[in-house]
Design a protein around this ligand. Structure first.
Ligand code: ADP
Ligand code: MG
Length: 246
């Protein structure tokens, strides 16, 4: 579903991605862990082409994301691709001047030409799924962080993405609000959504992921099923990192 081949990225002389390879199968759930500054966000952003790679390729379902097109042709292409990838950030990025339902329905209405009534109906369905049907006409400012993040997930799902990318979706939340967001992600996992999840929550990663990638210094140091990475890591760097969480 997602393939990254030899991804390289530098900011000035800071080499942030030093040749990352990653293959994500349909319905697979990958947790990406690693210290701050190891390149996790840059990798997710590169998959979505929010960062342009210096080298390497990103593929989504057989289509190259970073193809060598120029100008308007590339814009058309990338807008198509981005419709198929939902991204959820640490800070919810909801539109503050739009209600919850408007936030969710806007993408389908503007990008897909979905009729308004239908988009609203779909939005309501998604709000039920994330447990927020009663907030349909609320403004984001009236919601808790956990509720905002659940709306952000519903908004991403409204585009019927092939893959969902989560970048520390719960790091900005008060501890008591983390579970309600994790629960929605677990629900998606149970429905076999393909997901890439950057997280600092090792317990959650262990519960939800099929495979865990440990990144450090712009490389994937080690990867494997949670049962291996968390209980019998092979690399010293992985052990050193995990020690802080045990
Ligand atoms: P992580 O998400 O693992 O904490 P990031 O991918 O955010 O790591 O960052 C990796 C490195 O790239 C850090 O050293 C960070 O300072 C640098 N970096 C990230 N984005 C930019 C940018 N837009 N400009 C310059 N440096 C950046
Ligand atoms: Mg980050």
């Amino acid at each position: 579903m997602v393939e990254v081949k030899g991804a390289r990225k530098a900011f000035g002389d800071n080499e942030v991605l030093k040749g990352i390879d990653l293959t994500v199968g349909r319905g697979e759930i990958i947790a990406i862990i690693g210290p701050s500054g190891s390149g996790k966000s840059t990798l997710l952003r590169a998959i979505n082409h929010l960062e342009t790679l210096d080298g390497g390729e990103v593929w989504l379902d057989g289509v190259q994301v970073n193809q060598p097109l120029k100008g308007r042709a590339f814009e058309r292409h990338i807008n198509q691709v981005r419709q198929r990838m939902g991204m959820v950030f640490q800070h919810f990025n909801l539109f503050p001047h739009l209600t919850v339902v408007e936030n969710i329905a806007m993408g389908p209405i503007v990008l897909k030409g979905t009729p308004k009534a239908e988009a609203r109906e779909q939005a309501l369905e998604l709000l039920r799924k994330v447990g927020l049907a009663d907030k349909i006409d609320a403004f984001p400012s009236k919601l808790s962080g956990g509720q905002k993040q659940r709306v952000a997930i519903a908004r991403a799902l409204a585009m019927q993405p092939m893959v969902m990318l989560f970048d520390e979706a719960t790091s900005a939340l008060d501890p008591e609000l983390v579970d309600e967001v994790n629960l929605v992600m677990k629900q998606l996992a149970a429905e076999h959504m393909t997901m890439l999840i950057v997280t600092h929550e090792m317990r959650f990663a262990g519960e939800v992921a099929d495979r865990v990638l440990f990144m450090d210094g712009g490389v994937v140091v080690e990867e494997g099923p949670p049962s291996e990475i968390f209980t019998a890591p092979k690399q010293d760097r992985t052990r050193g990192f995990l020690r802080k969480y045990l």
